[in-house]
Design a protein around this ligand. Sequence first.
Ligand code: P6P
Length: 338
Amino acid sequence: MVHRSKITTLTEFIIQRQSEYPHAKGALTRLLNDIATAAKIVNREINAAGLVDILGTVGKENIQGETQKKLDVFANEMFITALKGGGECCAIASEENEKVISFSNEFSELGKYVVAMDPLDGSSNIESNVSIGTIFSIYRRITEAGGGTQQDLLQPGVNLAAAGYVIYGSSTMLVYTTGKGVNGFTLDPSVGIFCLSHPDMKFPESANIYSINEGNYIYFPEGVKRYIKYCQEVDPETLRPYTSRYIGSLVADFHRNLIKGGIFLYPGTTKNPNGKLRLLYECNPIAYIAEQARGKASNGFKRIMTIEPETLHQRAPFYTGPRHMVEKLESFLQEHPE
Ligand code: P6P
């Protein structure tokens, strides 16, 4: 039994860190706590999903043309409600909604931040009980007043104030960064408190996992095909052949690679040149965490976080993991750009 005095809660940690920002007035602290509160409610429903009829679909499709699961819709509504009520956020872009959700009530209009989120990423895995996740990114608003607009959301990842994810797995964890490293908190469900369990997370120096859906091999760029073969060659000095691990749930795949050391690849293909992952809701927040954990995130040719978004739902080829692994992948793509 860990004594209370040795536990740092998420709230305590955020407040402690807030003191490192001389001009902080607590808005980001309150916003992060609003997100954590919504995550606890979503977690409760996900854990109960096997017991009640919430697994089915609502018979609608989201902006991506994907059939929405009830939990998708529930999670989206939970985060929107929490952020709208919290008063720190003046607009949301959600992977589940075609347009920006602008908050123009008297509290939220004064909000200094906007949030881009994937409320329940990997939801196609819900019925197979695979870990899924929430991915969030927080930007300072650009517009001066009123409800937030698309202009506030179409910012490059380098402008991020904070980013993180919640992984609903064998235990529920919240992992986030505000630009001073990455810290992980595990939910104690008995009291509903996120407790600091993984301070100062960094990719391990020795890494030997590669994660990619090899079912799409035939459609990959030549450089990716050659990198996959490189991963499979025998070279004990560089820990090859690597181990192949792929869940098909970005948060679960990335979290495992962050803990154990590995590269995640979602390439563009001949069928979908920009790949599948969304720049705003998936690539940028995961990239921020990767870079803060001593890693790298690119589209194969440039740093993901420098891409200027043109549309809310645009996609990007996405490669992220330990710096040396991403740079090796980039070298193959740059040698064979076709
Ligand atoms: P594929 C889930 O639908 C998701 O957006 C990510 O969580 C995951 O990394 C990816 O799609 C999996 O895609 O084509 O390998 O099934």
